[in-house]
Design a protein around this ligand. Structure first.
Ligand code: HEM
Length: 312
């Protein structure tokens, strides 16, 4: 029985850090493997939850245990003239670290990126945090529709007998919120955008055709028809981030670091296409009027056994 990386499901620490890396000319795979091994040891020593995800190119260079249908993230553009798109910025390696101790998270990722110099460069990194009781910065509770914890492995982990068994597909995106625009709306309008109430995340009935749930709550039959069972669920572990610009004035960037796991990649692609009006619904998710992804990548987090063999 292949063992999933435990940090996928462990209780998240308050502080997270996402580091996306790509190989540079002259990169030595043996050196990269060594640094990943050291980083795993450092995370274990300091009690840090560490998930290691590989993009399609690096995974193919490390193992033959490749899951079916593992594709790079291509930009998804709405065709309604709005110019809205989910930008694709595929990279090769993702470290997702989280812990109650931000200093240890920082040190562990800093040592990793420093040791990788000359072999991999950081494409981007973001630190995030848990806000209140699992709030998004819009003030809405994020995570209500997640599967119950005891069902998470069956939703997120490639089953035994399939290529990549024990592993998990990852979608990682940094969404940038327009909080000024969002906060100009009444609470009632905001609730219609998500399809849930603001104070307690109660599901609205009926749903607007532009609501977020009308695009992502996949059901047998029609999306968001809650008389039918859910299908192709995902496990979301998203957290907010805030960046202060080091310039005068009230400049800052806030949003949601969307992070989710699934035993297949297609349910991510289906939801993203739907959100941009390219799927079953030709109506774009209204959330995309208030938030835009600055980045988007797919990774695969192999089982511990595949990881150990790939790094040996
Ligand atoms: C700015 C980006 C996003 C924000 C702020 C956001 C926020 C939310 C909120 C507040 C909910 C309702 C409460 C809950 O169930 O968690 C929700 C539900 C959900 N979202 Fe998002 N979301 C974002 C992007 C995405 C993306 C990119 C996907 C998938 C590709 C996604 C998939 C889902 C799913 C599967 C649900 C639960 C549906 C169900 O109840 O079955 N979300 N989201």
């Amino acid at each position: 029985m292949a063992t999933p990386q435990p940090a996928i499901f462990n209780e998240m620490g308050q502080h997270q850090w996402y580091v996306h890396l790509r190989r540079v000319d002259g990169a030595d795979l043996g050196h990269i493997k060594g640094v990943i091994t050291q980083t795993r040891a450092a995370a274990a020593e300091h009690g840090i939850n560490l998930v290691i995800g590989f993009g399609p190119t690096l995974l193919a260079d490390l193992t033959d245990d490749i899951p079916d249908d593992f594709q790079p993230f291509d930009t998804i553009s709405s065709d309604d003239g709005s110019g809205r798109e989910a930008k694709g910025t595929q990279e090769e390696l993702l470290f997702w670290l989280n812990s109650p101790a931000k200093d240890q998270v920082w040190k562990t990722k800093f040592d990793a990126r420093t040791a990788l110099l000359g072999h991999m460069e950081v494409a981007r990194e973001t630190s995030t945090f848990i806000y209140g009781d699992s709030l998004d910065m819009t003030g809405f509770i994020d995570g209500t529709g997640n599967p119950e914890p005891d069902r998470e492995p069956e939703v997120a982990i490639v089953p035994e007998g399939s290529p990549g068994a024990g592993g998990s597909f990852i979608l990682a995106q940094r969404w940038v919120h327009d909080l000024d625009g969002w906060n100009e709306m009444s609470v009632e309008e905001q609730e219609k955008v998500f399809g849930r109430t603001k104070p307690d995340s109660e599901r609205l009935d009926p749903q607007e055709d532009y609501s977020h749930l009308s695009h992502v709550e996949l059901r047998e039959g029609t999306t968001a028809d809650d008389t039918k069972p859910k299908r192709n669920e995902i496990v979301r572990r998203s957290t907010p981030y805030a960046r202060d610009d080091a310039t005068a004035g009230n400049n800052s960037t806030e949003g949601l670091y969307f992070m989710a796991f699934c035993k297949e990649q297609a349910p991510f692609r289906e939801r993203l296409a739907d959100m941009y009006g390219l799927g079953d619904s030709s109506v774009r998710d209204r959330l995309t009027d208030f938030s835009n992804p600055a980045s988007g990548s797919f990774y695969f987090a192999p089982s511990l056994e595949t990881l150990d063999a790939a790094l040996s």
